[in-house]
Design a protein around this ligand. Structure first.
Ligand SMILES: *Cc1c(COP(=O)(O)O)cnc(C)c1O
Length: 348
């Protein structure tokens, strides 16, 4: 049923990709006069005068060890934003194809579709923000190329039921993109071990959240080698700069510290959610498997303004479907969370 060839845009299938200097020569050399770089150095303590590895192998080998996925099944993007955009550009013919998203969810799926002139079909989440599996499958048509599933979902915080995701993987012959940006905080198992079982599976993760590297812009993508080849073919040749590659490699040695922070953030989240139950203006706190939670209150705009007047900024998600009067609150340090609680205690 799944045939990658029929999904890829014709211009991408026939594309002759740019071949960079660093790409063409892979043997052993000590004098590099091939890329018009400045051989004298960089006006910095660290040297950045040479073009970076276009395929970031060192970083991928390290990720492969940590994640238990072969390096050949990993693509690194300039943030998840680049991975999302590349998926559109590889699979979706502008003004012809469409993708399915499940609001309320991450905003970039729709923005990136709009930029690429690809129609967005929306099948809202139902019953505790779970997937409307029947609705999704009924919405698929001959031009549906991608289905985006965010789990744990932003802004609601919940995991999608695994059986529902599996039904979609088994019954959709296009690409299913599972965005696991918050997987490190989740009790749910990742889908990155299922690449062999599902040739239509693409999993996204990121170093921007639990790994604490949002400024480096490193989005991860796991898929079959055939799909990874397409991402490599279409990406800008040097999409990941060398400073980010080196710093990420260093950061990835520090799994212990990151795991301590994950545990701490989850404990703080549980504490905050419990405390929220004591405020009369809080109507519902939704269960969360991420490093934030969503809550419905009596007047989101008013509380948002009150908090920002006191220099605490949260996210007002009231305009999203099913999120009327909802604020999304990211877990801060214990001190920041206490500051939030103190402010809420003196609200009204
Ligand atoms: C934060 C977030 C990302 C991360 O995006 P980057 O571009 O990698 O920083 C991806 N998906 C979701 C759902 C997010 O909330």
């Amino acid at each position: 049923m799944f045939d990658l060839n029929t999904l890829v845009r014709d211009n991408i299938k026939t594309l002759k990709p740019y071949s960079s200097a660093r790409h063409e020569f892979t043997g052993k050399a000590s004098v590099f006069l091939d890329a018009n770089e400045n051989a004298y150095g960089s006006p910095l303590p660290e040297k950045f005068n040479r073009y970076p590895d276009p395929l970031q192998w060192q970083l991928k080998f390290q990720l492969a060890r940590i994640k238990g996925v072969p390096a050949e099944n990993i693509f690194v993007g300039n943030g998840s934003d680049e991975v999302i955009d590349l998926a559109y550009r590889i699979f979706c013919n502008p003004a012809k194809d469409n993708v399915i998203i499940c609001p309320p969810t991450y905003g970039m799926y729709e923005v990136s579709g709009d930029i690429n002139d690809v129609a967005i079909k929306k099948v809202n989440l139902i019953n505790n923000f779970q997937l409307d599996v029947e609705g999704i499958l009924a919405t698929v048509d001959a031009n549906t190329k991608l289905i985006f599933i965010c789990s744990p979902n932003n802004p609601t915080g919940n995991n999608m039921r695994r059986e529902d995701v599996e039904i979609i993987l088994n019954n959709f012959s296009g690409i299913v993109i599972i965005d696991e940006a918050y997987i490190n905080y989740s009790k749910q198992k990742t889908f990155i071990q299922e690449l062999i079982e599902y040739p239509n599976l693409v999993v996204m993760q990121t170093l921007s959240k639990a790994w604490g590297l949002a400024a480096l812009r490193l989005g991860l993508c796991y898929a079959s080698m055939d799909i990874i080849d397409l991402f490599n073919k279409v990406k800008p040749p040097y999409n990941i700069n060398d400073a980010s590659q080196q710093l990420a490699l260093e950061a990835l040695q520090n799994t212990e510290l990151v795991n301590e922070w994950i545990t701490a953030a989850v404990l703080q989240k549980e504490m905050l959610i419990k405390e929220m139950g004591n405020f009369t203006f809080v109507e519902t706190v939704y269960p969360s498997d991420a490093n934030f939670f969503l809550m419905k209150i009596n007047n989101a705009a008013d509380l948002y303004t009150y908090l920002s007047d006191h220099e605490v900024v949260v996210r007002n998600r009231s305009k999203e479907p099913g999120c009327e009067n909802c604020l999304r609150i990211t877990i801060g340090t214990p001190e920041e969370n206490q500051q939030l609680l103190n402010l809420l205690k003196s609200y009204k």
